[in-house]
Design a protein around this ligand. Structure first.
Ligand SMILES: [Zn+2]
Length: 486
């Protein structure tokens, strides 16, 4: 499969794409553009950004086609062995999960604008870019030549965002066997030496959880904005993080916000890009991939993003508690917590997961999933007297499921929790995963085991605090939970 990509119009933000499909042996073929992208579990209908769609045979004659769905085309190929599909894609959304082109840079998430041919998604892709000579490309894809990339199949291509410009800033370092890359498109105020050290520290802590870092190269693609932005999207061997400082933020707070989002996205390298619910194995790009397990792939990741910064010493307890307190505020200010469970809210991300939605209808797989993860972690730590934690559950999901090409489901997750907690998690799933309004009480009970509590202020906001007087056991369990020795 071959793609040629060029910039059609920087002012109006259009890419020009030409998809060549060789070796056709049927009377008709079907090509599909994805309807959604992994990481955001809602339909986005990328075909609405396509214009000037035309199909030609090898001699350049236009050939007939028709649409079968909003984003699937059937092309008549009787007597034709190769076709070229030419179209333009509107690229004017510089968030961490989309496409953007202007006179300064090109930024593509291929899942938006590249197609696959039905029955041939496993074939390799070669991408040739027509770019200014001094442009460099940053991506997890193999660089086969100057401005030429290769992907082994459509899934990998769809999962491989790229930046191209003549102003990319590139820094590399190694963590264990992996070459780490930090790329910046746009200006930033950060101290690179410090960023490399902190990134190394939290990465090593994450490796400790799972046992290994399964990629030869990993890329942090930072897209820096002059206006406020805060968005990250995970990929197999990379992440895109779009950041812009708010007026209220000091540069120090901005830096730690960058670390928080980066640690979260790196954790997804294992939890969702490799450890995957059966519901999304493989991804079906044509329609909704419903799952109730958002509390694992986003909730556990939200919890661990911060926890890894704390356990690696990149953050101190005060920084961790402040971030936790911010999450609690989102929980207590959402009346939906009394009306809908986190598992049901996960299913419904396809309906209204990324908009505020009707007041009091639903909760967040990120926030309520994070609270459920804290409760599970501390329960395991307490029951095993500090021998085990939620780390062991994640380690098993990675080593015993992902590495054996298996996904997981609720039963598998629950059995692993029970294995390390040494007790039934029936009431946990009833109350915190499928239940409503019970998370705060469950969290308070769990935090008490590690000598912590939620303090309510006059505005009814909850703050995570460490109690002054704690028992020897509470001190020991707190040390296990946080990796902070007394
Ligand atoms: Zn996430």
């Amino acid at each position: 499969m071959h793609y040629q990509i060029s910039i059609a119009d920087t002012q109006n933000h259009f890419l020009q794409l030409t998809y060549t499909i060789p070796h056709i042996h049927q009377d008709s073929i079907e090509v599909q553009l994805p309807a959604w992208r992994p990481g955001r579990y809602e339909l986005q209908n990328f075909a609405k950004n396509v214009r000037c769609f035309n199909v030609f045979d090898e001699k350049g004659n236009a050939i007939a086609y028709r649409k079968l769905t909003k984003d699937r085309w059937q092309i008549d190929t009787k007597g034709i062995s190769s076709v070229k599909i030419s179209y333009q894609y509107y690229s004017n959304q510089p968030d961490a999960g989309a496409c953007f082109v202007d006179e300064n840079y090109l930024y593509i998430n291929p899942v938006h604008c590249f197609m696959y041919t039905e029955g041939r998604a496993d074939e390799g892709y070669t991408l040739d870019f027509l770019l200014p000579d001094d442009y460099q490309i940053a991506t997890q894809m193999k660089q086969a030549g100057k401005h030429q990339l290769e992907a082994p199949n459509f899934d990998y291509l769809a999962d491989s965002p790229l930046f191209a410009s003549n102003a990319l800033q590139h820094h590399t370092f190694t963590v264990e066997q992996t070459q780490m890359h930090i790329w910046f498109q746009g200006e930033h105020p950060f101290d690179i030496e410090r960023l490399v050290k902190d990134t190394t520290d939290y990465t090593l802590k994450q490796i400790e959880v799972f046992g290994d870092l399964p990629c030869s190269d990993y890329h942090f693609l930072y897209l820096m904005h002059k206006t406020p932005a805060r968005h990250g999207v995970e990929h197999l061997d990379s992440t895109v993080i779009a950041m812009g400082q708010t007026l209220e933020q000091t540069t120090e707070e901005y830096y730690h916000d960058l670390l928080a989002i980066s640690s979260h996205e790196l954790f997804h390298l294992w939890n969702i890009k490799r450890i995957r619910p059966n519901d999304m194995l493989p991804y079906d790009f044509t329609k909704e991939n419903y799952s109730t397990l958002g509390y694992v792939y986003e909730g556990v990741t939200t919890y661990y993003g911060d926890l890894m910064l704390l356990q690696s010493g990149v953050w101190n307890w005060e920084q961790y508690a402040a971030s936790f307190t911010g999450d609690l505020k989102r929980h207590t200010s959402n009346p939906g917590r009394f009306n809908y469970s986190v598992a049901e809210s996960s299913w419904d991300t396809w309906l209204d997961g990324y908009v505020p939605g009707v007041t009091g209808r639903k909760v967040s797989i990120y926030i309520e999933g994070m609270i459920a993860a804290v409760i599970a972690d501390i329960t395991i730590i307490k029951n095993s007297n500090g021998k085990y934690s939620l780390h062991n559950v994640l380690h098993d999901l990675y080593q015993q499921y992902y590495k054996h090409n298996k996904g997981y489901d609720e039963t598998i997750y629950r059995e692993l929790l029970e294995k390390y907690a040494g007790e039934s998690f029936e009431s946990y799933f009833q109350s915190f995963i499928w239940g409503k309004g019970k998370l705060q009480k469950g969290l308070e009970t769990a935090l008490d085991e590690v000598g912590c509590a939620l303090r309510e202020d006059i505005n009814a906001n909850l703050t995570l605090i460490k109690l002054d007087e704690t028992s020897a056991l509470q001190k020991q369990l707190f040390a296990k939970w946080t990796n902070i020795a007394e």
